[in-house]
Write a protein that binds this ligand. Structure first.
Ligand SMILES: Nc1ncnc2c1ncn2[C@@H]1O[C@H](COP(=O)(O)OP(=O)(O)OP(=O)(O)O)[C@@H](O)[C@H]1O
Ligand SMILES: [Mg+2]
Length: 270
């Protein structure tokens, strides 16, 4: 199973929309996909998709239900694990709760080919942990100075402290295809100079009024307006993501993801 984490550093650049539409595009291409919400921001996944989850991961940790009870079926057969409700971010789980997560994921009897993780803004420990545990990290960036510097800060800690060697860069809300390439070139210049990490350009998603309209309707743009410019861009990006080679030596199973979460350096359980 392929695990893809979506992060950005700066908030509001489009992580949740990228996660949802990438996951749905993978589903539409025939991959059984699970979308894991690890952010409690206002625009979280259940709101974006108009879902009403009965349980969240918080209930799993409180022993009120099993992980499979939190699964909500979204459009196109997408499985969604909603964010834990409450004040804490799921990215602030204790080591004991990480163990609970390992256990819960290893008992999940849903066959999956892909898992997409939406993360919170910022570079909190939990965000880094989810990125580290995934095989691929998509960093979303848009054409604002703060977005570029925050993306760089995120890539820096991921490569220096978390051993991440490969980053996929997605430019969002671009006005012109060249804007995405220019943003990528800017990031690549500084990372090549100062960091030991390879950046790949995953592509650009245009700023698109149809995407806003879809958000208003609590639908994903690839479902609501599949021929809109942003939906087509997401479909292309998912096609490219399906062609990524797994980094060597990985087991490709959901337990692997969970084990890596626990075995991170600095974890009390490592
Ligand atoms: N390609 C796009 N075209 C037009 N508007 C967009 C696009 N991408 C994102 N937006 C707008 O930006 C808003 C924020 O997007 P989203 O919630 O996906 O960002 P986020 O990075 O997940 O934010 P947060 O950091 O709060 O979690 C969306 O509600 C939408 O209005
Ligand atoms: Mg979000």
């Amino acid at each position: 199973m392929r695990v893809i984490a979506v992060a950005s550093g700066k908030g509001g650049v489009g992580k949740t929309n990228v996660s949802v539409n990438l996951a749905l595009s993978l589903c539409n291409a025939g991959q059984r996909t699970l979308l894991l919400d690890t952010d409690l921001g206002l625009a979280n996944i259940d709101v974006l998709l108009g879902l009403s989850p009965r349980f969240t991961l918080a209930d799993v940790f409180a022993g009120r239900c099993e992980l499979r009870d939190t699964l909500v079926k979204g459009p196109a057969g997408l499985w969604v694990v909603p964010a834990a409700s409450g004040k804490r971010h799921m990215t602030e789980l204790t080591p004991a709760e990480h163990v609970g997560l390992v256990h819960a994921f290893s008992q999940l009897d849903v066959p999956l080919e892909a898992m997409v993780i939406d993360t919170a803004a910022g570079i909190a420990d939990g965000v880094l942990t989810f990125c580290q545990a995934a095989q691929d990290v998509v960093v979303v960036v848009c054409d604002e100075p703060a977005s570029v510097t925050d993306a760089y800060a995120l890539i820096k800690v991921l490569s220096r402290d978390r051993g991440v060697r490969r980053i996929q860069v997605l430019a969002n809300q671009v006005h012109h295809p060249n804007e995405g390439k220019a943003l990528f070139a800017k990031l690549e210049r500084v990372t090549a100079r100062f960091l030991d990490v390879t950046l790949n350009y995953l592509g650009a998603v245009p700023r698109d009024e149809w995407l806003r309209r879809a958000v208003q309707r609590q639908e994903a743009v690839v479902e609501a307006f599949p021929s809109s410019p942003s939906a087509r861009a997401f479909t292309d990006i998912a096609r490219r993501a399906r062609q990524w080679q797994s980094p060597p030596g990985q087991r490709g199973h959901i337990e692997f993801f969970a084990e890596r979460l626990v075995a991170q350096p600095g974890s009390a359980l490592a």
